[in-house]
Ligand binder design. Sequence first.
Ligand code: HPA
Length: 270
Amino acid sequence: MFEMIKEVAAFLQSKGITSPDTGIVLGTGLGKLVSEIDIEVAIDYADIPNFPVSTVESHKGHLIYGNLEGHKVLAMQGRFHIYEGYSLQQVTMPIRAMKLLGVKWLLLSNAAGAINKTYQKGDLMLLDDHINLLPENPLTGKNIDELGPRFPDMSCPYSPELNHKMQLAAEKFNITLHKGVYAVVAGPNLETRAEYRYLGMIGADVVGMSTAPEVIVANHMGLPCAAVSVVTDLCDPDNLVPAVLADILETAGKAEIKLIRLFKEVIRGL
Ligand code: HPA
């Protein structure tokens, strides 16, 4: 596995991705930040050896390298999910390659359903913590000692420094930014009413199908990260309406402007 990750990093370096300092992962319907980047290199995932290929239509599969707010950023426009059939080692491989390329900070975004009844569609939530309900773990198997320890600590998975910067940015732009707990499920089906009720009982504020595996490998490598959920649907078990992908994408698209503001401001201050 480590050889594969090194090969990916070496390939990307050969394409001119030489000194990224900030990694960005853009979730479902949240790819437009890319249009703010002064792009130097753009590569289709399909053209990167050893890279999984995104199979979700709403996720564009591009790796984008360029300048944003005075930083060299490496952005994933579209990510990989366990529901596509990938192992979590594959899902998280790009994050590990980012670290080998020199990335010092990681910002992630995702679309999520709100369990917390005070949240509204289009709201943003800063991840304070997560609950991993996936059937696998990206660190299963022989530990890659070159990347991190066998038993990585998870007492503080989201960087307090980055989270503070996110909150300051939200205040500056008058953006509502909740802070809460993200539960990750495998999907691809959305949850039943009983499952939403259960997620609320165990302490989740939102639920989605990504992010936590990437955050686990980032913590393994000592890479500080922050993540923001965009609330795309409301998961009140007593008033549940069927979730429609088109609506989820539309909501994500509208809220994206706020996410772009936050990410740009945080990157500017790094
Ligand atoms: N559940 C799981 N994942 C999601 C949801 C949801 O309600 N909304 C967006 N991603």
